[in-house]
Design a binder for this molecule. Structure first.
Ligand code: BV8
Length: 236
């Protein structure tokens, strides 16, 4: 892999499935009978904040019961060893990449373990529930904290940084995402446009599979460690 220096990895809910976190569109993709798309919106939060806080409080609490899997560990190993640029862009709001030891991680859809104050705009690390309207640690007002999550219809975080990384990429790797959600689902086309190699690893072909030079079908927990071994192998 001598001609590869800059790598962008996109991860989705599928990389956390083997850790026991439900994906969005699999058979377990509903929550209390609600489609996620119906709960993960500003309109839902305005209409029924109790329901939306309950959804995120439950998922935040659940983080304490799960652990990173072999796929997260392999990406952390790549992160530690890779001499070139590497950006792990995750659609996931869990903290499993970080708990596996990865550092070059960008949460484009926000994080469960962060709270966003609509009063002072501050973001604070948050482990507990938000449903009981705790005070903002920065401005002290109550009732203004919302989950620091990018909902449908909201702008994903750090799009400029992601676009710059994609424009410089020699290799784009998509792991555990169905290709349903934009703009993430369009990243492979940007990578192709700049001439990067593109690889997908997923339990089934994603909606964007035809845009990838290569598709490896199976569990991320098996495919990702094997791929990291390949990419880190000394070139002959
Ligand atoms: C926006 C936080 C404007 C919530 C999430 C075209 C262009 C731009 C926008 C749109 C567009 N068309 C439609 C839109 C609007 C919308 C959208 O995409 N809607 C979809 C439903 C059609 N997009 C937005 O609203 C976005 N914002 O567009 O702003 C803009 C855009 C660009 C530039 C400027 C302005 C915001 C979207 C963010 C929504 N928030 N997350 C939360 O987590 O509660 S999205 C949510 O879906 C999660 O983050 C999730 O990660 C993400 C994507 O789903 P996947 O990760 O792919 O999960 P899924 O279950 O679908 O698939 C899992 C895959 O894993 C499956 O394929 C499965 O086979 C595989 N798998 C399972 N097990 C394993 C496995 N693979 C390997 N191993 C396993 N063991």
């Amino acid at each position: 892999m001598t001609d590869i220096r800059n790598i962008v990895v996109l991860t989705g809910a599928g990389i956390s499935a083997e850790s026991g976190l439900a994906t969005f569109r699999g058979p377990d993709g509903l929550w209390e009978g609600h489609r996620v798309e119906d709960v993960a919106t500003p309109e839902a939060f305005a209409r029924d904040p109790v329901l939306v806080h309950r959804f995120y409080d439950a998922r935040r609490a659940n983080l304490k019961t799960v652990a990173p899997n072999q796929a997260h560990a392999a990406l952390a190993r790549l992160d530690a060893a890779w001499p070139g640029d590497l950006l792990i862009v995750t659609q996931n709001v869990d903290d499993l990449h970080e708990r596996a030891g990865a550092t070059r991680v960008l949460h484009m859809h926000g994080e469960l373990r962060s709270a966003w104050c609509r009063g002072c705009d501050a973001r604070s690390r948050w482990e507990a529930d938000l449903g009981h309207h705790p005070l903002c640690p920065r401005c002290g007002t109550g009732g203004g904290l919302r989950p620091d999550i990018v909902w449908f219809g909201e702008m994903p975080y750090e799009m400029d940084r992601i676009d710059r990384a994609l424009m410089d990429a020699d290799l784009f790797v998509s792991i555990g995402t169905s290709g349903n959600v934009y703009p993430a689902a369009g990243f492979v086309q940007t990578a192709r446009y700049v001439g990067a190699r593109t690889l997908e690893m997923n339990l089934e072909p994603s909606l964007g599979s035809t845009h990838f030079h290569e598709s490896r079908i199976g569990n991320a927990g098996a495919l990702v460690p094997a791929w990291v071994d390949e990419i880190l192998a000394p070139t002959p």
